[in-house]
Design a protein around this ligand. Structure first.
Ligand SMILES: Cc1ncc(COP(=O)(O)O)c(C=O)c1O
Length: 371
C-alpha cells in the first residue's frame, strides 16, 4: 500500500523540536518517570526487575484489565493493545476494509482515519462538521452519504481538531443506524475523559454497540504519548480476532516497559485525568480572555471537552499567519489546511502547563505586528 505524506505529522516533524513555544499540541502535560512510579507502592523495584522479553501479543493481562475498567461492558478479553492509537487505526482499516468498500469519516479528520482506508482502495466520503454551528455533525447528512457498500463510519468525539462533543442521544442514534445499515462504528475516543463537566462524557461506542470498535490511547487524556501504548476495545469477535492476527505483521507485541508503566497510569486514571483537566480549565480561562481581547481577529468557541480547538482567523490567510508567527515569535499553531480544511481555521492546543506563558508572547506578537 502506498500512502501520501501525513501532512500534520510532517509539519510537527519540522517544527516540534525547534519551535520554542508549542500552542497546538494535542497531548496533555506529560510527567516524569519517577512521578509515575510513585503512584504505585513498590513500582520502582518491580520496574527494575522487569524482564525484557516478548510480551503477550494481545497485551499484558494487567494492562488489558486496567483499560477495560474505563468501560461499562468491556472486559480484558475485549481489549487489544497496540503501539499507540496509530497502529490500531492502521490495523483496523486493514482488516475491516477491502478495495471497493465505502467508508464515511467525520471531518475534518486526523489524516490516518481517512488515508489508510483510501490506501486500501476504499472510497472515502467526508461527513463534515458545520463550522457555522460549533462544528456539529448532522445525522441527516450521514443518511445522504450511506451507500450499500458503506462498511465503516468513523467518528471522533471529543473531536480533533474542533473540540466538538455531541450529546449521548446522538451516539445512540448513530448506533441504531449501524444496526439498521450494518456498518461498523469506529469510534476514535482518544480524548475521552477530558470533559470539563463529567456529566458530558459520552458512553463509549463499544459499550453501547456490540459491533463497534472504540479506540483509546495513553497519549492524550493521560499525557503519556512516549509510552506508545494504545488499544481497541470491542465486543466484535471477528474484528478482534482479525486485528490480533494482523498485528503479527506490524508490532507482534508491545514494549514491556511501556506496558508496565501504562498499567500503573491506568490504575490511577482518574487522578491523572483530573490533574490534566485542571490544567485545561486554567488554560481555557486564559484563552477566553485572549480571544475576547482579539475578537476582531479570531472567532473562538470554547469547547466542552478535549485538549484542542479550532478558532477561525478572520483576516488574512491562515497559512501565512501561522508561518509568520512561528518565524517571528517561535509560536507554533497548526493551520487548518493541514486537515484539508478551507475555513481559515487553525488548531490551538491547551493540554500543557505553559499555555498562559505562550499566550502572553502571542499577545505581544499581535500588538507588535498587527495594525
Ligand atoms: C484523533 C486522533 N486519533 C489518533 C491519534 C494518534 O494517537 P497516537 O499518536 O497516540 O498514536 C491522534 C494523535 O494526535 C489523534 O488526534
Amino acid at each position: 500500500m502506498k500512502l501520501p505524506p501525513f501532512r500534520l505529522e510532517r509539519y510537527f516533524a519540522q517544527h516540534e523540536f525547534s519551535a520554542p513555544f508549542l500552542l497546538c499540541t494535542s497531548d496533555c502535560e506529560s510527567m516524569e518517570l519517577q512521578d509515575l512510579l510513585t503512584l504505585s507502592p513498590g513500582a520502582q523495584e518491580r520496574f527494575l526487575s522487569l524482564r525484557l522479553g516478548y510480551t503477550e501479543s494481545s497485551g499484558d493481562p494487567a494492562l488489558r484489565q486496567s483499560a477495560a475498567a474505563l468501560y461499562e461492558n468491556i472486559t480484558a478479553d475485549h481489549v487489544l493493545v497496540h503501539a499507540g492509537a496509530e497502529e490500531a487505526i492502521f490495523n483496523f482499516m486493514n482488516v475491516a476494509l477491502d478495495s471497493g468498500d465505502h467508508v464515511i469519516v467525520h471531518g475534518p479528520c486526523y489524516q490516518s482515519l481517512a488515508e489508510v482506508a483510501r490506501g486500501i482502495g476504499a472510497g472515502v466520503s467526508e461527513w463534515p462538521g458545520d463550522p457555522a454551528c460549533n462544528w456539529e455533525l448532522d445525522l441527516g447528512v450521514l443518511h445522504t452519504l450511506l451507500t450499500p457498500r458503506t462498511k465503516v463510519v468513523v467518528v471522533n468525539f471529543p473531536h480533533n481538531p474542533t473540540g466538538f462533543l455531541p450529546g449521548p442521544e446522538f451516539l445512540h442514534a448513530l448506533s441504531a443506524l449501524s444496526e439498521q445499515h450494518g456498518f461498523i462504528i469506529f469510534s476514535d475516543e482518544v480524548y475521552r475523559g477530558l470533559e470539563l463537566d463529567p456529566s458530558d462524557r459520552l458512553p463509549a461506542a463499544a459499550d453501547i454497540n456490540d459491533r463497534a470498535v472504540s479506540l483509546g490511547v495513553m497519549s492524550k487524556t493521560f499525557g503519556l504519548a512516549g509510552l506508545r501504548i494504545g488499544w481497541v476495545a470491542t465486543r466484535n469477535t471477528r474484528i478482534y480476532n482479525e486485528m490480533s492476527a494482523f498485528k503479527d505483521y506490524t508490532t507482534i507485541c508491545s514494549s514491556a516497559p511501556s506496558e508496565f508503566l501504562a498499567t500503573i497510569a491506568l490504575q490511577n486514571a482518574g487522578k491523572i485525568a483530573q490533574r490534566n483537566i485542571r490544567i485545561i480549565h486554567n488554560n481555557l480561562d486564559h484563552l477566553d480572555r485572549f480571544f475576547t481581547d482579539h475578537a476582531d481577529l479570531f472567532q473562538w468557541c470554547r469547547p466542552k471537552a478535549g485538549s484542542v480547538a479550532f478558532p477561525v482567523l478572520r483576516k488574512g490567510t491562515v497559512d501565512d499567519f501561522c508561518t509568520d508567527l512561528v518565524e517571528k515569535a517561535g509560536i507554533l499553531l497548526l493551520p487548518g489546511t493541514l486537515y484539508n480544511d478551507g475555513s481559515n481555521a487553525f488548531r490551538v492546543g491547551f493540554g500543557r502547563k505553559n499555555v498562559p506563558e505562550v499566550l502572553e508572547k502571542f499577545d505581544a506578537y499581535l500588538k507588535k505586528h498587527t495594525p
